[in-house]
Every structure is written in structure tokens, then in C-alpha cells.
Design a protein around this ligand. Structure first.
Ligand SMILES: Cc1cc2nc3c(=O)[nH]c(=O)nc-3n(C[C@H](O)[C@H](O)[C@H](O)COP(=O)(O)OP(=O)(O)OC[C@H]3O[C@@H](n4cnc5c(N)ncnc54)[C@H](O)[C@@H]3O)c2cc1C
Length: 438
């Protein structure tokens, strides 16, 4: 590693004004760096559905001035998740939510709006209608070109260009890094609670601060309140169809009739809700390829957010990991200014810190989908029994528990690591370790 005279401000280009890119831009501006965001669309992308920002990402956002207040204003109370069988007339388990876990239960359009406003307020330069087409990974000053032929240079390029990241293909030209399309599709629906409240059959789903998971063979349904007085319901069809190419646009209209047919063997409450649905969007699922690293050969181009670790949504961690990426990278780059550590050394330490954590959530999101869509039979009965037992106990007290990322995912040690992890503190420790190894 190299240490040179401390730099005061870095020139950083962020590719992509999705939530991860915008969060990164704001975090870097708050550290005093010059930041330009290049986004191929003409405006920020307003599509999406219910989304939870998990406790560890909420903790990280304490370091982004203005974020907590803004997210509070677009969040609803996050309560307990009640579990139903697709054949059941009432929940079979209702584990209590732990009072110490703070989440932002919100939705993607609101997240996008909040992070866009923060990036603008903090002075990031946002350039829309710029599609990045070519990148040159030269030491010291990597360069890129947009489709219109504009050239930009920077000390560091951060590619937050989503699941179909073009940067990923450019910096790893000989590796198979395309996203992997899956048979799973998710149908996203929502309806105003005021309208649904007229239908007594839906009362259990409308109780305040409750979320509901309904498990059936090959399919499951998640319902939760959303900002703006809406109930958001996601219909997950794990074995929907042979996948086409990865879309990555998140707004394909779905056939509501087909959705009703596919879930016609689900319980009365699910079918009642579907009677109210007039419009649905279909997201064909894909996941990111396993990458060996998230940085280019020079160490001055990094992948971040879904570009680095696109995962299924069933651990509700995709964006939360993007937020952790953003706040940790911004904090670690402080060492370039305060101690003169060079950028490639920082990005190496950052990937070493971040990738193992995101990799675990990638695996967890796939395994959750498998477990929640088991066919009727002994495995499904054992799963339901475990959930029932969890529901009969108070939430685990994690105060004296040691974090363990390698522990089984249902243990308090793993839960502690998933929820109470402090990515900014860990970033500081990682950089202190780098310095002590000099
Ligand atoms: C159904 C569902 C539910 C989810 N629920 C949760 C949840 O509860 N909690 C959670 O944490 N996460 C959740 N996620 C995941 C979350 O939505 C994503 O992880 C997040 O949106 C990714 O943000 P991003 O900024 O990395 O990528 P994106 O949102 O994909 O943004 C990438 C941006 O880059 C731009 N771009 C692409 N290529 C170029 C180019 N060449 N030049 C310039 N710009 C470019 C794109 O236009 C886009 O604006 C969910 C996802 C799904 C599908």
C-alpha cells in the first residue's frame, strides 16, 4: 500500500442515480468530496413497491445528516409479522416484534425521492440523460465516456448502475458476470386501506402495524402497510415460468386475471384482496452472479449496491446493503484525506469488509424463498412448527449475545450480527488495522 501527502478533496463520479448511488453521493458530499452522478434516465426512477430499511442500515443512516428525519416522514409503523397457511382462516403464529429494532418501513418511490432531495441539498452534481458507455481503468485517473461522447475523469469511479451493470462487464471482461434470470416472478399490488376497510373479510390484514406472510406450495404472499394510506401486497410465484432476459426496469404491467387464477387455491382473505386489485406490476426475478471482487484492477473503480450484490428480495436486505456500502465507503475514504492512504488501499479494505456480509444476505434471500414455498408435506410441517415455536416465545434478548456471522441463521448470534452490526464502526476498525499493518 502507498501513503502519500493527504488529499483534501477527491473527485468522484457515481454512475447511477438509484437509491444506492444517491445515498453514496450524499455521504461523499458530507465528507467534503466533489461528486458528479451520471444517470441514463431523464429523471429519478419513481417505480417500486414496499421496502424495509433494516436496523443495521438505519444505524448507518445516523451518519447521513438529515436522513433519519426524512425517512421518518415517509415510513409507517413496522409491527409484527403474522404467519398464515394458504389454507388457514387465521394466523398460525404471531411472533412479537422486538421493541429495540428500528426499521424504516417505507417504499421505493419514497426512498428514491428522499435520497434525491438529500443529494441535491448536499450539492452533488446530478447529470441526467447520461448513459455511461465506455470506461478506461487507468491508474491514478480512470476515465469514462457517455453515449454522447462526453468524457469524465475522476480519482474514483463508483458504479451503482444496478443489476444489469454495464460497468461490471467492462471491468471484468473475461468473467461471466451477467445477472442470472430465475423462474420466479413477483406481482406487486396495492390498494387504499380506506377502500379495503369497506370489506369485512379483509379486517385481519388491515389491523394497524401488522404484516402478514401467507405460505403455500411454490408461492407465498406478503402484505404490509405502506406510506400514503396503502396496503401493499406482493404475490411471489417462485416457479412462474421460463425466464426471459433480465428486465431490470421494475414496471412491467401484469395480467390481473392470471394472478387471480394462479392464487385461486389460497385462503379467502387472499382471494378477497385480489377482488379489489385493478392493476399489478410483474417483476421477473434475477440475481447477481457470484463475483470474486467488486473492484477493478487499478482499485479506482468499484461496484456498489445491486451492481455488486443484486439479491432476491426475500431477506429484505438489497437496498439496506447498498446503504451500508455507501456509508462505509464514504467513511473509509476519510483516511485518504486524514492519513494520505491511497485510494486502491481503501477500496481493497472496503471490499474485504463489505463483500462477506453482502454475500451472506445473497444466500439467505435465496434460501428464504425456498423455505417459504415448500410443497405440502413433512418439511413444510416442520417449518411451520418452528415458526409456531418462535411465535410462542418473547423476542430473543440479544443484549449479552456475541455477533457471529458464521452461526446458523436462526441463532441469536447470527441475528445479532444481522441487526446490531455497526458498519461505520467496523469501517473505522478496518482502516485502523490497515494503518497498523504499515
Ligand atoms: C420486490 C422487491 C422488494 C424489495 N424489498 C426490499 C426491502 O424490503 N429492503 C431492501 O433493502 N431492499 C429491497 N429490495 C431491493 C432494492 O429495491 C434494490 O436493492 C435497490 O433498489 C437497488 O438500488 P441500486 O441503486 O443499487 O440499483 P437501481 O435501483 O437499479 O439503480 C441503478 C441506476 O443506475 C442507472 N444506470 C444503469 N446503467 C447506467 C449507465 N450505463 N449509465 C448511467 N446510469 C445507469 C439506472 O437507470 C438506475 O437509475 C427489493 C427489491 C424487489 C425487487
Amino acid at each position: 500500500m502507498a501513503v502519500s501527502a493527504a488529499k483534501s478533496r477527491l473527485k468522484v463520479i457515481v454512475i447511477g442515480a438509484g437509491p444506492a448511488g444517491l445515498c453514496t453521493a450524499t455521504a461523499l458530499r458530507q465528507e467534503g468530496h466533489r461528486v458528479t452522478v451520471l444517470e441514463r434516465r431523464r429523471d429519478t426512477q419513481p417505480h417500486g413497491h414496499a421496502l424495509v430499511i433494516q436496523p443495521a442500515a438505519v444505524r448507518a443512516l445516523q451518519h447521513l445528516k438529515g436522513a433519519h428525519k426524512a425517512f421518518d416522514s415517509v415510513s409507517v409503523e413496522a409491527g409484527a409479522l403474522r404467519w398464515w397457511s394458504y389454507k388457514g382462516t387465521k394466523p398460525f403464529a404471531a411472533p412479537a416484534a422486538s421493541p429495540s429494532e428500528r426499521r424504516f418501513q417505507t417504499d421505493r418511490p419514497s426512498v428514491q425521492k428522499v435520497l434525491h432531495e438529500l443529494a441535491v441539498a448536499n450539492g452533488a452534481q446530478l447529470l441526467f440523460g447520461r448513459t455511461v458507455q465506455a470506461i478506461e481503468d487507468v491508474a491514478e485517473k480512470p476515465r469514462l465516456w457517455t453515449a454522447d461522447g462526453e468524457m469524465f475523469t475522476a480519482d474514483l469511479i463508483i458504479a451503482a448502475d444496478g443489476i444489469k451493470s454495464a460497468t461490471r462487464k467492462i471491468i471484468f471482461p473475461t468473467q461471466h458476470v451477467d445477472p442470472i434470470p430465475l423462474r420466479e416472478s413477483i406481482f406487486l399490488t396495492s390498494a387504499p386501506v380506506s377502500q379495503l376497510a369497506q370489506d369485512a373479510r379483509l379486517a385481519p390484514w388491515l389491523e394497524s402495524a401488522t404484516k402478514h406472510g401467507t405460505l403455500g406450495p411454490d408461492r407465498f404472499v406478503l402484505s404490509r402497510p405502506m406510506h400514503g394510506g396503502l396496503l401493499g401486497v406482493q404475490f411471489i410465484d417462485v416457479d412462474h415460468a421460463d425466464p426471459g432476459p433480465v428486465d431490470g426496469n421494475w414496471n412491467t404491467p401484469a395480467d390481473v386475471g392470471l394472478l387471480r387464477t394462479r392464487f385461486s387455491d389460497f385462503n379467502a382473505i387472499t382471494r378477497a384482496f385480489l377482488e379489489h386489485v385493478r392493476h399489478a406490476e410483474k417483476w421477473q426475478m434475477a440475481r447477481g452472479a457470484e463475483l470474486a471482487t467488486w473492484r477493478s484492477a487499478s482499485g479506482r473503480i468499484v461496484l456498489l449496491g445491486d451492481a455488486a450484490h443484486a439479491m432476491l428480495p426475500h431477506a429484505a436486505q438489497g437496498l439496506s446493503q447498498g446503504i451500508e456500502d455507501a456509508l462505509s465507503l464514504a467513511r473509509m475514504l476519510r483516511w485518504t484525506t486524514k492519513s494520505g492512504v491511497d485510494i486502491p488501499t481503501v477500496t481493497k479494505a472496503w471490499v474485504n469488509l463489505r463483500k462477506p456480509r453482502a454475500d451472506i444476505f445473497m444466500k439467505q434471500s435465496t434460501s428464504n424463498a425456498n423455505v417459504w414455498s415448500l410443497p405440502d408435506g413433512p418439511e413444510q410441517e416442520a417449518r411451520d412448527e418452528k415458526i409456531r415455536q418462535m411465535g410462542s416465545r418473547p423476542p430473543p434478548d440479544l443484549s449479552g449475545v456475541e455477533m457471529d456471522m458464521s452461526a446458523n441463521q436462526r441463532t441469536p448470534q447470527f441475528l445479532k450480527w444481522a441487526r446490531d452490526y455497526d458498519v461505520v464502526l467496523e469501517s473505522e476498525r478496518a482502516m485502523e488495522n490497515v494503518l497498523s499493518g504499515l
